[in-house]
Design a protein around this ligand. Structure first.
Ligand code: ATP
Ligand code: MG
Length: 382
């Protein structure tokens, strides 16, 4: 059997550069590699509603934003199926069956869920406890298992925060297959190879760039917005004078360079390191880091370089986004068609699941067998 991708994003805002390096950039590469039989990219509106139940309008508005970001980043509807999660009602049926294969205690141990409950102030013991944790939110790893298995996905390209979700999915698959027979495929996560991309920090230096934390550089930000955000970033608090030795580790500006900088950027934007007091002729990021550690290289130069590097990556996306923004009916049609294709595939898996669970009572041949069994039990002559 060929390799199949399923991955996606919650429509809770426009996509940011953390999404890009954590998953989106890789998806586009994989899509164009031709190595995958099928690629499903899901806009997870139902999952977004698990912690935005009182704000469906936010979710509705952001579906098109995410679709525009996808297609401007290079996801091609001719090669990848882009779809909306809630259009596939089979996913909720699968979730319902999988719920019986997972314990409350196992969900409580999921580190990402734990962290997110805390971040959202759902925690029952915390002072922030206004509403508690919505049951739907608590169960979202199970619904994610439904999303992944519905498409018989072998590969899930995602950031590090998704590791516990894919592990939970693998456990559900093993449990299902051992109890009911082999109907489901065990997926694997495909993490970014570059360590800086596993969990890109926010512009405020916080552990994760996240829509919910408001510390993002969006793929659709203008060149000026990117420059302003980069200018406001924290670097090494000990690097007060240009001549001071600076720290590269934990310095978000360098983390972003690790994630985005390519050798050709030194030919294109080497001029950023020419100044009134000092000039440098760098050819690699290692040389920049060595100079920063030694002292004499100012934050302003590095930030100017970073802004250029980011804008170089984002500019082609901005151009494509403008074109797509002018043709919204086309974008919605892509999602409508993609959702139809995805639904047909999920329906096939749901049928396999029901067959394995023997709850396919009225399938051809099954009803006859049922009647025969039950008639024998009641001593009816056939
Ligand atoms: P929310 O705050 O609504 O949860 P989010 O910014 O965390 O939004 P998600 O939609 O939850 O984004 O994540 C979608 C995908 O992007 C996942 O594969 C996730 O691993 C990846 N991702 C999100 N943020 C980052 C990040 N800062 N670094 C690397 N990958 C990320
Ligand atoms: Mg998230």
């Amino acid at each position: 059997m060929g390799k199949i991708i399923l991955t996606g994003d919650r429509p809770t805002g426009r996509l940011h550069i953390g999404h890009y390096v954590g998953s989106l950039r890789r998806r586009v590469e994989l899509q164009n590699s031709g190595e995958f039989e099928k690629i499903y990219i899901m806009i997870a509106d139902a999952q977004a509603l698990t912690d935005n139940a009182d704000n469906p309008e936010k979710v509705r508005q952001n579906i098109i934003e995410v679709a525009l970001d996808y297609m401007s980043a290079g996801l091609d509807p001719a090669k990848s199926t882009l779809f909306i999660q809630s259009r596939i009602s089979e996913l909720t049926e699968l979730t319902f069956f999988y719920m019986n294969l997972v314990t409350v205690q196992r969900l409580q141990r999921n580190p990402t869920v734990k962290q997110e409950i805390q971040m959202r102030g759902f925690s029952e013991s915390g002072e922030e406890n206004k509403a508690g944790t919505p049951v739907g939110f608590f169960c979202y790893p199970i619904s994610q298992a439904a999303d992944i298995t519905a498409f018989k996905a072998t590969t899930v390209p995602a950031g590090e925060d998704q590791e516990p979700m894919v592990e939970q999915t693998r456990e559900i698959v093993r449990k299902f297959n051992s109890v009911y027979g082999p109907a489901l495929v065990e997926p694997e996560i495909l993490l970014p190879e570059n360590a800086a991309c596993l969990r890109l920090p926010g512009t405020d230096g916080k552990a994760k760039m996240s829509k919910s934390l408001g510390n993002c550089i969006y793929l659709s930000d203008s060149a000026e917005e990117v420059r302003a955000k980069v200018k406001g970033m924290f670097t090494d608090p000990g690097h007060l004078q240009v001549s001071d030795p600076g720290k590269v580790e934990g310095n978000t500006v360098f983390t972003y360079l690790d994630a985005f900088c390519a050798p050709e950027h030194f030919d294109k934007f080497g001029g950023c390191f020419t100044g009134r007091k000092a000039s440098f002729d760098f050819h690699s990021l290692d040389e920049v880091k060595a100079q920063y550690r030694a002292g004499g290289l100012g934050d302003v130069m590095i930030k100017n370089f970073l802004a250029e590097v980011l804008n170089d990556t984002l500019e082609p996306m901005r151009v494509r986004r403008k074109e797509l923004e002018a043709d919204l009916p086309y974008v919605y049609e892509v999602l409508r068609k993609g959702s139809e294709t995805a639904r047909a595939e999920a329906a096939r898996t749901l049928a396999d699941v029901k067959r394995a669970m023997k709850i396919n009572y009225f399938d051809p041949g099954v009803l006859e067998q049922l009647i025969e069994e039950q008639s024998r039990k009641y001593g009816n002559s056939l």
